[in-house]
Write a protein that binds this ligand. Structure first.
Ligand code: PHE
Length: 338
């Protein structure tokens, strides 16, 4: 064993490391798992007890020596390689273009909508996506057996708890917290139990708004939405209101805009009607105000709600809802400059 240790010692002393590659060769020959040092440790297990101590000390000594030599050489050649690399850099070359991400088209539209309503004094407000029956339905005047509460539309979690089906639930939270005047806009994700297709998804995004104050009228609602549409789609777009029904507004209406593609003449997109449905709205039902402890004699208000996916589809000419959520970089990178 002693002779082998001495051979090993001579070997490492004689090994000349003059190039970066030789640092690794040295490690492989002596220090790696299959290297000579490991063999010596294997053999050391069989050394007779009377010389075990002496051999052990020697073995540790040369192990240390081999490791030191390797570490020193490694440090030296690492520095040299770096030096070469630095000198090889051509600082006159143009730099690589750094990749910048883009905003999601839904976020672009949501931000635009928020900004327009901010100018009219509507403040941003949010609420939870997991809601209770009171905030999503009861406080909004949904009768107990209203079909919207049905399992087909709503994702129930357990008992009274469900994924919100609209952001009107945030209106309730605002009414119960604050005193009029209340003027707020509430964007957010909502969920409905629908089969996924090009035109429907089990979740989507809404922006809803409310304004409650003394003497708020339907004329205020019209003017507010007219201003909004002109800001979003331009001055030439016309609006019209059709009577509709929502449990929480009375009277209720759906608002259409003149078709952006054919300017009202009739085309495939507007199904030859010249109009595109864009949002639901109405005067807040006095029952809703009363449920939220707002005096309906003193105050009135309006509410409206729209789907962001639909607006983005019209603005960016997107044909299939599913493209929003596929995370296809070819789709998303088209919005880089917006
Ligand atoms: N909450 C309604 C929906 O989700 C939209 C709406 C909001 C309608 C406010 C009227 C007033 O369809």
């Amino acid at each position: 064993m002693k002779a082998e240790l001495e051979d090993f010692n001579k070997g490492i002393e004689a090994f000349e490391i003059s190039r970066a590659e030789e640092v690794e060769l040295f490690r492989l020959k002596y220090l790696s798992k299959k290297g000579e040092l490991n063999d010596l440790f294997e053999k050391f297990k069989l050394v007779p007890l009377n010389v075990k101590k002496e051999m052990g000390q020697l073995l540790n000594l040369i192990k240390q020596k081999a490791e030191n030599k390797w570490q020193e050489a490694k440090a030296e050649f690492d520095i040299k390689t770096n030096e070469i690399k630095i000198s090889e850099i051509d600082s006159s070359l143009p730099s690589e273009l750094s990749y910048t991400g883009s905003r999601h088209p839904l976020k672009i539209i949501e931000n635009e909508v928020i900004e327009i309503f901010n100018k009219l004094g509507f403040v941003y407000s949010e609420g939870p996506e997991i809601e209770d029956d009171w905030h999503n339905f009861s406080a909004l005047n949904f009768p107990a057996n209203h079909p919207a509460r049905d399992m087909q539309d709503t994702f129930f979690i357990n008992g009274d708890i469900a994924l919100r089906t609209h952001t009107s639930s945030v209106q309730v939270r605002l009414m119960e917290k604050g005193k009029p005047p209340i003027r707020a806009i509430m964007p957010g994700r909502v969920y409905r139990n629908e089969a996924i297709s090009a035109r429907a998804n089990c979740f989507f995004h809404q922006v809803e708004g409310i304004y409650i104050d003394k003497r708020v009228s339907f004329a205020d609602l019209k003017q507010t939405l007219f201003y909004f549409i002109n800001e979003l789609f331009g001055k030439d777009v016309k609006i019209r209101f059709r009577p509709s029904y929502f449990p929480f507004t009375e009277p209720s209406a759906e608002m259409d805009i003149s078709c952006l593609l054919c300017s009202g003449k009739g085309c495939n997109v507007c199904k030859h009607t010249g109009w595109l449905e864009i949002l639901g709205c109405g005067m807040i039902d006095p029952n809703v105000l009363a449920s939220n402890k707002i005096d309906a004699e003193e105050y009135s208000g309006f509410a409206f709600g729209m789907g962001i996916e639909r607006i983005a589809m019209l603005k960016f000419d997107i044909k299939d809802l599913r493209t929003y959520f596929n995370n296809d970089i070819r789709f998303l990178s088209q919005f880089e400059s917006l």
